[in-house]
Design a protein around this ligand. Structure first.
Ligand SMILES: Nc1ncnc2c1ncn2[C@@H]1O[C@H](COP(=O)(O)OP(=O)(O)OP(=O)(O)O)[C@@H](O)[C@H]1O
Ligand SMILES: NC(=O)c1ccc[n+]([C@@H]2O[C@H](COP(=O)(O)O)[C@@H](O)[C@H]2O)c1
Length: 178
């Protein structure tokens, strides 16, 4: 059986990782959909699809499940989104999500959906992690080790901090010293 789990993974964190660990017990193969694949370099979506593919691919090596990472761009029309996903992904039998819109769209399309508990959601949330990165607070213990390596390799913290600035302070870096 093949499962499908989509997220923005901005970044891939230990909550996602726990969910993948549980899914790996139920399926033979797993497709990880890299959602909002066209988005990057913004405070909500700092990392590119390719960077997120590196994060998930290196992290899921810890589990005994064949995994395919597939980038999925957003569409204006929710009503055809499941067809769009299916057109990009290896065929799957069951979709995993805790996102109410995703659950609704898959159910309406007749796809079986399974949910998982939320793990330690007070800290294991992308929004909380990005906030900690911006403010130089602890985040490394909330993601799998390979994610730390990828974010360091790409200069991810500096990027997120810069794209989160406003022109009022961000422009300073662009002025040549006199
Ligand atoms: N701590 C968690 N435990 C279990 N599932 C989670 C957890 N955090 C996110 N998920 C689920 O993983 C999927 C992908 O989530 P997503 O990539 O949006 O992460 P997020 O932590 O919700 O990020 P953001 O705050 O950026 O929206 C969704 O179905 C979401 O509900
Ligand atoms: N119309 C659409 O493009 C559409 C609809 C539902 C979900 N999605 C995407 O699926 C992903 C769902 O992941 P999250 O659970 O992380 O929000 C997101 O990237 C979201 O943008 C897109």
């Amino acid at each position: 059986m093949r499962g499908f789990y989509i997220g923005r993974f901005q970044p891939y964190h230990n909550g996602h990782h726990r969910m993948v660990e549980e899914i790996a017990d139920e399926v033979d193969e797993l497709v990880l959909g890299i959602g909002s694949a066209g988005d990057s370099h913004s405070p909500r979506n700092p990392f590119t699809a390719g960077e997120r593919i590196m994060m998930v691919t290196k992290s899921v090596e810890a589990f005994d499940v064949t995994t395919y990472a597939v980038p999925i761009e957003d569409l204006e029309r929710n009503s055809v989104w499941v067809s769009h996903v299916q057109s990009m992904s290896p065929a799957f039998d069951v979709a995993y999500s805790n996102n109410p819109l995703v659950i609704q769209l898959f159910k309406e399309a007749g796809v079986e959906v399974r949910q998982s508990p939320m793990f330690n959601r007070d800290v294991l949330e992308g929004t909380e992690l990005r906030d900690r990165m911006i403010h130089d607070e602890d985040w490394r213990n909330l993601v799998p080790d390979p994610v730390v390596d990828v974010i360091e390799e790409i200069g991810g913290i500096e990027r997120l901090q810069r794209v989160s600035q406003t022109d009022a302070n961000g422009g300073r870096d662009n002025v040549s010293p006199s």
